[in-house]
Design a protein. Sequence first.
Length: 554
Amino acid sequence: MKIVFNSLVIIVAAALGLAVGFVFRGKSKTDGSAPNVEAIASTQSVTKTARNSRPKANVSTDDASPLATKLERDLSMSSGVTRWLYWLDALEKATPQDFPRLVRLAKGNSTALRFVAARWVEVDPKHMFDTIAAASSSNSDFPVNELASTLFDEWTKRDPKAVVEALNGAKQFRASSGWQMNVAGLMFNTDVELGLRLMNEWHIDHYTPSMKGVSKWAAADPRHAAEFTYDNQIGSASREMMKTIGKEWAATDPVAALEFANGKPGELGSVLAGSVLKEWADRDLKAAADWLAGADARNRGRLASAFVESWAKQDAPGALEWCALNLSGSSLAQAVGGVLKGVAQKDLPGAQALVAGMNPSAARGEAASAVAEKAFPNTMSEKPIPSETVAWLKQLDPDSLKRALNQVYWRWISSDTQGFAEFLKASNTEQLPSHMYANLARNLARRNPSEALEWAAELAPERSVEVGSDAFAEWRRSQPEAAMKWLNTLSETDARRQPFFENAIRTLAYDAQAADQLAMMSASERAAARRVIEGMSSLPNDRRTKLLGMLAGR
């Protein structure tokens, strides 16, 4: 922040022949380049914008600001770079109570908003957090997302403990889960162990942060990194961490790494061992092969896939021959998948053609899964799903298709939700697992509930109501009034009415706001909700008792 303000002041002073005597105290992050002063000067009057852009709901902070009132008046009587000098002077003098008004004055001017946000973080980050948290739970047009991005980028570096405390006290706000994921990801870059603990505490199990910090952490002490990750497991992030740790450990002591991994039961032990052996084989194929030849049958079987994946990059026929001579059963199927994964690294169309030419079998399923993983872009990519890949999937037998989609369907949802919706609608719904439809329905409902319900209604009858109820439950969670109003427009004979309501109640029962939302229902809806909750055997007894007591008026 300081760098940008210094640069800006130099430009303005040169233009006006003035000596500017104020810059921000402290340090704030920015990109280090000066904003386009002429572009700022030529924007529509900030005063007019602010006057025509009143918030839809009040933010829960004192909005009285003589400083902002004076700035608004000064801006209305100035033009060119002078306007920007008024902004700088006001931001230098601003107190926490001034910033909500300053944010509104900056509306329509992204550069001004960026400076207001950075200065607010510097002056009082907790006040900024409280303000945007309050705005996030209302219908305010306050720029919550833009401010939150700056807040967490800066505050996390300065005082991570304060950030965590603030988020732990803000779970009632709808945006807090996204904020938690953002903060946990930022923590990973500087303190992997704290980031992993936060992901566990906040139950963030469908997010994989950057592994850049993990590489540095693991290189310093790979055994400690592996032990910590194994003891603090959390979804997909733990798997990616073990892969990264394996690469680092293989560079210094692959034998010790494999011995450690083989002593750990479960998936993460296998992931670590596979990563180590794969990296080792890439560096020294003969040494890795000699070690694997001397391993017991169990470890040779579970690690063969990673080994032949590296071998296949150099000699796919030789790797397949080794599999046929040394493996059988599930170990052979997994190893064939590893070979195809290695082939796909260099020749994806060729790997897809090999899978398409295989007979339906467990080996083909493993191969399809491996090739699909390579064919689909990762979740952070904006690349579309290649049409050739979609056509290849349609050629697969049901079991192989299921294996392939289980590997990549979350990526498909993230990069092309509508494309995946069309694919599932055109597929034989009995052949694919229900969780794919359920997750897609919830994702669609978060974007457009009406379209989600229309899509579900077009599915085969045996799947339509079940998937529609998942979409409706998600809609009701975020917009209860609108969802219930829609449900009540359905006729009493509509087959969707009862299952939609019951599934929504089952989902709501686990929500932190369940008691409040149940209390807002009509008497007949509460009676129906009571019957559903009474039948939820998986609901913890204390929670069931609390909700039933509330429904009974106790």
